[in-house]
Design a protein around this ligand. Structure first.
Ligand SMILES: [Zn+2]
Length: 287
């Protein structure tokens, strides 16, 4: 029987409708998998070839050749980083936070991959080590390294507080990308995209479903290691929120630097290293 049009009370079969079991949107068993022995051999013998320091409330960039490891390292104090990834030779191929979330979940760790946007949709990097893997999930549902958040930015800051603040991650990433490529700021800004929130501890509240953050468990020496599957340009902002335990978009929180280190595996591991093929729908690669 149809209910009156304006009746918003729960229907008689509400409990039965809620009791339907969920299904995973994107089961990942059929994803193309990298050779696990090669992934292990990469980690066996790593030599540092480049390093850059990301100053607090600022950004920096580094180029990572395919087959090399990008280590994002906590130094000095607990600090969250906002990461953008680009294909070195084609800035329009960039990290796709939303699809990475749909495939691997709201937070990523060892074994998960970071995917590029359409029409490419291929793994840009694979997480091969995460020193915060022990954290798991806390009593509020908080986890580390999210692909939920967008990045702190001056637009939302102004909307909510009426104030201007230009050391947000969005602004830091824009300046660092402009420095890396020589593009003017207004052009670089159009390439900045939703981030991987490195070391950030976040979740959604059970009652209102709101995005929450809490002080990151990261400590100096902690690191997240990404194996570059294609030649990457990595751009990182040291968030003005510091450990993101209180607020961002201001100069209030204690902030620390982060470092990005490029580690080269043994030559024989790199010999014949193939990039993952982009989607056949990508015509720029001759598909
Ligand atoms: Zn930020």
């Amino acid at each position: 029987m149809r209910r009156p049009e304006h009746d918003r009370s729960a229907p008689p079969d509400a409990a039965a409708r809620r009791a339907v079991e969920p299904v995973i949107c994107y089961p990942t068993e059929t994803l193309p998998q990298p050779d696990p022995s090669r992934t292990q051999r990469v980690r066996d013998d790593l030599t540092e070839i480049a390093r850059t320091r990301v100053p607090p409330r600022d950004g920096s960039s580094i180029r990572v050749p395919r087959g090399h490891v990008l280590r994002i390292l906590s130094v000095d104090g607990p600090q969250v980083g906002d990461l953008n990834l680009f294909a070195q030779e084609n800035l329009s191929e960039r990290f796709y936070s939303g699809k990475t979330r749909a495939l691997h979940g709201s937070h990523v760790t060892t074994g998960d991959r970071l995917w590029s946007c359409f029409p490419y949709l291929r793994p840009m990097a694979m997480i091969v080590d995460d020193s915060l893997n022990w954290y798991g999930v806390d009593e509020w549902g908080g986890r580390v390294h999210d692909v939920i958040g967008t990045r702190c930015d001056p637009y939302t800051g102004r909307l909510l507080s009426g104030r201007d603040y230009h050391h947000c991650c969005h602004s830091n990433l824009t300046r660092a990308l402009s420095n890396a490529t020589g593009m003017p700021l207004h052009e670089a800004e159009t390439h900045v995209h939703d981030v991987l929130n490195v070391f950030m501890c976040t979740g959604f509240t059970r009652d209102t479903g709101q995005y929450f953050m809490k002080a990151s468990p990261v400590r100096p020496g902690d690191h997240l290691d990404l194996l570059a599957e294609i030649d990457l340009l990595a751009v990182l902002s040291a968030c003005p929120g510091g450990d993101c335990g209180s607020e961002h978009s201001s100069d209030t929180a204690p902030c620390y630097p982060l470092e990005m280190v490029v580690l080269k595996p043994a030559d024989e591991v790199l010999d014949g290293w193939q990039e993952p093929a982009p989607s056949p729908y990508d015509r720029s690669h001759g598909g």
